[in-house]
Design a binder for this molecule. Sequence first.
Ligand code: PEP
Ligand code: MG
Length: 898
Amino acid sequence: RTRVYKFGGKKTDGDGSMKPLLGGKGANLAEMSRIGIPVPPGFTITTEACTEYNELGRKTLKELLKDEVESAVLGIEQMMKSKFGDVENPLLLSVRSGARVSMPGMMDTVLNLGLNDEVVAGLALKTNNERFAWDSYRRFIQMYGSVVMGVKPHNKEDLDPFEEIIDALKEKRGIDLDTDFTVADLKDLVYDFKNVVLKQTGKPFPTDPWEQLWGGIFAVFNSWNTERARYYRLINKIPNDWGTAVNVQTMVFGNMGLSSATGVAFTRDAATGENVFNGEYLINAQGEDVVAGVRTPQQITKLGSERWAKLATISEEDRVEKYPSLQELMPELYDELNEYQKKLETHFKDMQDLEFTIQEGKLWILQTRNGKRTGAAMVKIAIDSLKEGLIDDKTALLRIDPNKLDELLHPIFDTKSLKKSHVIAQGLPASPGAATGQIVFFADEAKKYKNSILTRIETSPEDLEGMNIARGILTTRGGMTSHAAVVARGMGKCCVSGAGSIQIDYKKRIMRANGKEFHEGDWISLDGATGNVYEGKVPTIEPELSGEFADIMKLSDKYIKMQVRTNADTPKDARVARSFGAQGIGLTRTEHMFFEVDRIKAMREMILADTVKARKQALSQLLPMQRSDFEGIFEAMEGLPVTIRLLDPPLHEFVPHQLVTQKELAEDMHISLEAVKSKIAELEEFNPMMGHRGCRLGNTYPEITEMQTRAIIEAALDVKEKGIITTPEIMVPLVGTVHEFTEQEKIIRNTAKQVFKERNDSVDFLVGTMIEIPRAALVADKIAEHAEFFSFGTNDLTQTTYGYSRDDSGKFLPVYIEKGILKEDPFEVLDQEGVGQLVNIGIERGRKTKPKLKVGICGEHGGEPKSVAFCHNQKMNYVSCSPYRVPIARVAAAQAAV
Ligand code: PEP
Ligand code: MG
């Protein structure tokens, strides 16, 4: 097996298609070298070698790599006519990470490898630049010392020890800039740096270049598994077993004087998508100076420089003198760079993010990759590239990362304010958006402030109203499908869940985060896209939906095969979803309507009723309310299909748990507090999710099904009078046996018949079922003899197939994912291997009985791109998702169909 691939010079082993093996950086270096872009020669050690290293360890891997690495270095030496470790004519190398997809800043890099006390003298002589040689040497010790040898600050408040030494010397010498150090200063730094290394690590700084090289290679491999890299992979869903490649490359120097420079450039604007070449550079500097922001970088183009000066309120005179663009300062090199950037974008057919270095008037391209971009830029670049003829319409569609569309639909923080803000905790990015508000700890106090952040250990259905009022929701417990997360996504509301480092004391009404106490009324801000919690107010901006967004939707419609419906419980949700292109409602969860203040009472009376008569009495109060809800929804949907599900959750969720409310209820119902309490205790279940819920409710209290059916049918008849013809789809939840369904069906059909007779009018309606219990999938052929449609409730189907409680999985799923026991949260991304089999069996058996059976999905997975693709492949008729995910599902469904 080959573990080392060479690039640059005459022979290049790899090419751009080999990203899995060579990593993004390695594959693109090879490709650039093939198309005649000047890249410093080097070689890539494969990602497979990284995986081998993780299994076999350093010693074995070094043995496996030794011959190939040594021969590759020899190749570079011959090309560059210099020698690694040579005192007279030294070759210096860089060692960089490069995973299959870029993980910017997450892994390690070491530059200037190959220097020691003798070689530095040779470098000075060879370049006739003593200052440059010693500057490179001190940088090398600094970087290698921290990356490879692990030199760290003593306390987390401290600077790293190297920076401390630099600052002390600057102070002593009365200078501000690194560039003001003399050769003698740099020699002092080298001496002091080496001492720090020895003191902190107990090991002398290695003088043997080969030892340095191997140290660098293994440090890069190790950096795949640092905490921050693992976390980055977790939130970006990058598998832990991919590994990183290592790129070893000839050093070229941007710090060799005034004819040298280094910079970063984008072929288009990564924030807005505008088609303008842009970027930053520094004269006489090395790459990390641009990124680290020690000096103010200058703009590459004249246009960019002018725009920048305007923002920074710098006069044109000052700009030209102090901050000239590369275009103005080195016009010929700029032209060459401009030519390469065009060539690279045309070749890779996407916006490129590239790094370059100019060494004494010679331009080198160090890396190129498809540039990271905002959601807005993603959409604009895809559509512009299509219009420019760079890509075809299928490619444009595939360029959209559906999940990123989310950013376009919610208010956002502007990046400038975020940089100035202080992170106090981090949780899961449960529902995107940006929220700033005052802390409240109880749902019923959400209205206390105009902008509140409902801050809870966890939320329950009782908190729904408060959640709706709050600007954002923060919980310290619970995962991506915790109640708070599901509801927040449905509302399109920003939510950070499971921020475990925060402690909440409900009694004292305080939360502790990052060593500080926050009280009710204190301002915090949530970033639902990253899971960051900030102290204080961070200003937000409203997103604007661009014309390109509509173009992407049009493009999706061209290819999409499935319909996209929405999960909506209110006319408002329904309207939002329609504005995003929803073609119907796939799930109305009727229970959410019962939580409103004026209804919960009647609901509670119904639940606490001792007799059928009393229950019917309470239900009759709920009937007109439900009817008007359904009317509102039918009107909002104007004849598009609407699926309404009968009552599902365990009744215990509706009863009051606070003493005050229990007292009120007792008074209202003219019964004793004790009676209320004992009834509530009676309703308590050990395992409510598996208990008295779903159709088990309707089958034990048929009058609930009767009332709900009546409300649905009467509402349909009412809107019919207004000219809206709707065909309600009445859905029975949590069916496991045929009889559970047919019993409910009987009640529904009889009730409808009764209403038609009373009203002397009728409407068409369907009776179908959710498939969310494994047994239902297995007997789908029998259920399909009766049910007129299936809707897969993959939330419950996941819960019951895995045996993972939806509400408790937050305790172990993050650990499972961290340890690689699971690749993804199955409540977020449908588990195609297991749960998917049941879906497949359900559809196959259902359609064996009824070939035209209408099948959809209404679990949270209906808005998750990979799961949507699965639904397409399973030939479902539709997916249904929360309103704000409708555009995402449309694009994902279209992508699955191209
Ligand atoms: C499901 O179980 O997937 C579903 C849609 O129903 P709920 O989330 O309301 O249980
Ligand atoms: Mg369910």
